[in-house]
Ligand binder design. Structure first.
Ligand code: FAD
Length: 452
């Protein structure tokens, strides 16, 4: 019996996918946003995909994989951008979309299975007059487990920070070994599972915080110059007015947003906001003080009906740019809150229209940061890494989205602790093979961390 046949023999009817087109599709994520990864990962795929509908069959399948020493790669909805969910060495993909129950919602928190779509959690939380703290712009498709294991932040991060900032309260983790175990993880230890690409265990259940629901209205403001758009963005993001989204787009980016054409065609620099409907006048006065005026408005009653403005922010901005011109790609950078405007000037002086700025304001460990997902016109890998080096040299460090290596491109991950959990939870080193960098790369990251 082959390893895949052994897995199939312990699964229930319909829980294994072996048809080639389906396996190919479920072996891939949105890695093609990066021209570098598009080249490197195109041929990678699993031998089969399993879609467990219960913990019992998942447990049996993982024990069979451990016995056969078969590589295992976990998948939520496959919307990651770094090839995190792509198996590098074949084996099986474990698609967790069938484990999607909302287990419990109470005041201040929700306990859900990892395959649950984020949109569903927000919907059910609303019935208790609560809402999520943070979620990615892909929330309609993405799973909560995939966001926690593969994402970072998103809508809400301007107020509540990133995943590491208390936005995960606890998790149940399944190991991969001869007899798999379930671990209850909470407190500081959670940091070793957040954004760990599932290299050290499968998140099966998570508890996340909820906050009292706000009536959000969506507004796009236009500004005559980028400096004023940034000033308003920073003031709104830093001040006491309630907000879920503050997204600043340099002139030119709005041209990619075809569904918004009627409202924003011909406008200059844009700021996309989600703010409390009860504070409308204050938000407008703040925008007007910097020379801004609203060009698109959608009241709270229309929130979640059809496309929202967040569908043009975070990494959706790159998607619209790519639809318009496949030569665009993107970076992820933290700018200095004190000198970001001069950093922008330095970059524009060097690259002109080949870099278009798009900022997402967020809190990181309590500090408000101008985080950018700038669009970059791509010509070659060498050119791209020259641009990255330039950004890094002027103090706008890059979280490199053109590698599938965990932590190699940033986020202050505790790689050594992640590795230690892997030793015990995945003794045969089967989980998401090839994503945890080897020791030399980890040591380099550690010494960079210590000297910074
Ligand atoms: P997947 O892509 O399936 O998986 C992500 C990683 O987690 C993989 O390494 C996978 O192996 C692992 N994994 C999945 N489920 C589990 C589990 N249960 N246990 C252990 N490991 C697991 N990201 C953001 O952070 N913020 C954004 O605003 C954002 N915007 C985006 C916009 C677009 C248009 C696109 C294409 C992507 C965007 N992303 C963003 C990236 C991605 O959508 C999110 O991180 C998303 O939350 C991933 O969820 P998923 O279910 O698709 O995970």
């Amino acid at each position: 019996m082959t390893a895949i046949e052994a897995i199939a023999s312990v699964m229930d009817e319909g829980e294994i996918v072996r048809e080639s087109t389906q396996v190919e599709k479920l072996s891939k994520d949105y890695y093609w946003y990066s021209p570098v990864l598009a080249e490197e990962l195109r041929e990678k795929r699993a031998e089969a995909v399993i879609r467990p509908q219960s913990y019992q069959t998942l447990k049996r399948a993982l024990e069979a994989a451990a016995t056969a020493r078969l590589p295992v790669t976990v998948r939520g909805a496959g919307t990651g951008n770094y090839g995190q969910a792509i198996p590098l060495n074949g084996g099986i993909v474990v698609d967790l979309s069938g484990l999607n129950q909302i287990l419990h919602i109470e005041e201040g928190k929700a306990r859900v299975q990892a395959g649950t779509k984020i949109k569903q959690i927000e919907k059910e939380a609303a019935e208790t007059n609560q809402e999520l703290t943070i979620y990615p712009s892909t929330f309609a498709k993405a799973s909560i487990g995939g966001f926690i294991a593969g994402g970072s932040g998103g809508i809400g991060s301007v107020t509540w920070g990133n995943l590491w900032d208390g936005n995960v309260l606890s998790a149940v983790v399944m190991t991969v070994e001869d007899e798999v175990r379930l671990l209850e993880v909470e407190g500081e230890e959670l940091q070793h599972y957040i954004h760990s690409y599932g290299v050290n265990g499968l998140l099966l259940e998570v508890t996340i915080p909820l906050k009292p629901k706000t009536d959000w209205e969506q507004t796009i403001f236009s500004f005559p110059d980028f400096d004023s758009a940034l000033t308003f963005s920073q003031e709104l993001a830093a001040g006491a007015l309630r907000k879920r989204l503050v997204s600043t787009m340099e002139k030119g980016i709005g041209d990619f947003f075809l569904p918004l054409k009627k409202s924003i065609a011909g406008e200059d620099h844009l700021v996309f906001t989600e703010t409390s409907e009860t504070e409308r006048t204050d938000v407008r006065e703040l925008a007007e003080a910097s020379g801004g005026r609203p060009v698109y408005e959608s009241d709270a009653a229309s929130y979640r009906k059809g496309l929202g403005i967040s569908d043009f922010t975070w990494n959706h901005t790159t998607l619209w740019a790519l639809k318009a011109d496949p030569q665009w790609t993107y970076l992820q950078n933290f700018f200095s809150p004190d000198t970001y405007k001069s950093q922008i000037d330095t970059i524009k002086a060097r690259f002109g229209e080949d870099v278009l700025f798009h900022f997402e304001w967020l809190r990181d460990k309590g500090t408000l940061l101008p985080a950018a997902l700038p669009l970059v016109r791509y010509t070659s890998k060498e050119q791209l890494y020259d641009v990255i080096a330039f950004f890094n040299d002027i103090g706008a460090p890059t979280h490199d989205p053109h590698t599938c290596l965990l932590g190699a491109g940033g986020w202050n991950l505790q790689l050594e602790e992640i590795r230690q959990r892997k030793e015990t939870n995945d003794p045969y080193q089967l989980l998401n093979q090839g994503k945890l960098p080897d020791k030399a790369v980890r040591d380099e990251a550690l010494s960079a961390k210590q000297s910074s």
